[in-house]
Design a protein around this ligand. Structure first.
Ligand SMILES: NC(=O)c1ccc[n+]([C@@H]2O[C@H](COP(=O)([O-])OP(=O)(O)OC[C@H]3O[C@@H](n4cnc5c(N)ncnc54)[C@H](O)[C@@H]3O)[C@@H](O)[C@H]2O)c1
Length: 428
């Protein structure tokens, strides 16, 4: 069997490798020629995927990368893993999906299976993508080609997360579409979970991500409330999670980051409006989570104040730019919001992140581009007035940090097990 995977990012690349390892021929298609070149040379551009994992599949020729969408005619199935961001008005931007649909439609073979994996609102697959595919190919979904949605459940940076063993939800445009899509995934994924439609599968992914957003907002709110009462929310969560049923721990932080949790729930909010429905939980969770950097900056001000210093003119090191530990993904990272807010208040801001040596140019934060991670050594860390821990990378030596930094604001409770001086650590 030969398939194409479109979009070779955090989702598409591990999926391509998993299919290839299972003996399926994979053409990886991407619009980015730099990624395509790197892959064909056996090089990875994602920290947690080693070069060898790619070279092992490229060398025997089972996996190859290309920018040429004509190659769609060679394959029996196409899996789409392109980005689904929000536009500047915070509305869904499915243009990458539609563009991919337009690129593949003219080359769609009869009987081919098209599966969308990008997170999106219910109706994208059977309305928006179907229309583009049918118009561009002159073929009908459900009769001439098969159409399905199957959400990705990638957990980047989790060493125990294996694409093959994570159960995969699949919904088809018709029962035959479901059957064909299940047969494709059956080559590479152990446990498939069929559902009755593309829309149910799309809605499942949105439930999963909204569940995280709402629960993170809950602990973020409790962090602020308990802190005012002199209670440490981290200790409370530790105790609560000993309950063997009906509780699942979520942890507070400086705000939400990444390509999924801060964005996906708003896909549902937007679509719900078409049906006259409000998504109050999603809005409230969004409000609380986006207010977290403000709270953290307030705590930074209090910490400096305890040393008779002002934010204005203080030198602050933000520790961790990635939105979560042990990954190099800084998309939507609250660290940037913190850096922005601190420098607006007159602080001199620097950062250290072992996985982000230099800040790349992005649309959202162009003026930070080119800034370099401060070296991890006493002579460069000690002079900072304050270190703000935004991400708890495991490779950072927190004992050294405790010994070097005069004042630390900790949003991840990572200093809890380190010996420190009274008044040195401020939780936020
Ligand atoms: N990163 C995650 O942990 C994660 C988890 C679950 C779901 N998702 C969802 O999966 C989708 C992809 O996310 P990602 O993190 O892999 O994104 P990504 O930005 O890492 O990768 C997307 C890739 O698609 C390519 N691309 C863009 N437009 C294209 C086009 N028209 N044709 C071909 N390639 C194109 C880009 O060059 C990039 O390589 C999103 O919908 C996201 O919400 C992501």
């Amino acid at each position: 069997m030969k398939i194409a995977i479109v979009g070779l990012g955090y989702v598409g690349l591990p999926l391509s490798l998993q299919f290839s390892r299972s003996g399926v021929g994979v053409i990886g298609l991407d619009v980015d020629p730099v990624k395509v070149k790197a892959l064909n040379e056996g090089r990875s551009y994602i920290k947690h995927i080693p070069d060898e994992a790619i070279a092992e599949q490229i060398k025997p020729g089972r996996f190859s990368a290309s920018t040429d969408f004509n190659r769609i005619q060679e394959v029996e199935a196409i899996i789409i893993c392109v980005p689904t961001p929000l536009n500047k008005n915070r509305e869904p931007d499915i243009s990458f999906i539609l563009q991919t649909g337009r690129s593949i439609a003219p080359h769609l073979a009869k009987g081919a299976v098209v599966v969308l994996e990008s997170t999106t609102y219910p109706g994208t697959t059977d309305e928006d993508l179907r229309e583009v595919l049918e118009a561009g190919s002159g073929r009908k979904a459900g009769t001439d080609f098969h159409l399905a949605f199957s959400p990705e459940r990638e957990d980047p940076g989790n060493p125990n997360s294996q694409v093959a063993s994570i159960p995969k939800v699949v919904g088809g445009y018709s029962p035959a579409c479901l059957e064909k899509a299940m047969a494709v995934y059956g080559h590479a994924i152990k446990n498939l979970v069929p559902v009755s439609s593309c829309r149910v599968a799309e809605a499942t992914k949105l439930l999963e991500n909204t569940f995280r957003s709402v629960n993170i907002a809950l602990v973020n709110e409790l962090k602020v409330v308990y802190s005012a009462m002199g209670i440490d929310v981290w200790e409370v969560i530790q105790a609560a999670k000993t309950k063997p049923f009906g509780f699942m721990p979520f942890y507070p932080g400086p705000g939400l980051g990444g390509h999924c949790i801060p964005i996906d729930p708003f896909y549902l909010t937007w679509k719900a409006r078409e049906y006259g429905q409000n998504t109050r939980f999603i809005e409230l969770a969004g409000e609380i989570n986006t207010s977290m950097p403000e709270y953290v900056v307030h705590r930074v001000g209090d910490a400096l104040n305890s040393r008779k210093k002002a934010l204005n003119g203080s030198s602050i090191l933000v520790l961790g730019l990635a939105y979560k530990p042990n990954v190099d993904d800084d998309r939507e990272s609250p660290s940037y919001v913190l850096m922005e807010m601190l420098s607006k208040r007159g602080a001199e801001v620097s950062y250290h992140d072992p996985y982000v040596p230099v800040i790349k140019l992005t649309r959202e934060h162009p003026h930070w581009a080119g800034r370099k991670s401060v070296a991890w050594e006493q002579k460069s860390i000690s002079p900072f007035d304050l270190v703000l821990i935004a991400t708890n990378h495991a490779s950072v030596n927190y004992e050294e940090l405790g010994a070097w930094a005069p004042l630390i604001v900790d949003t991840r409770n990572v200093m809890a097990t380190v010996s420190t001086k009274p008044g040195q650590i401020w939780k936020a």
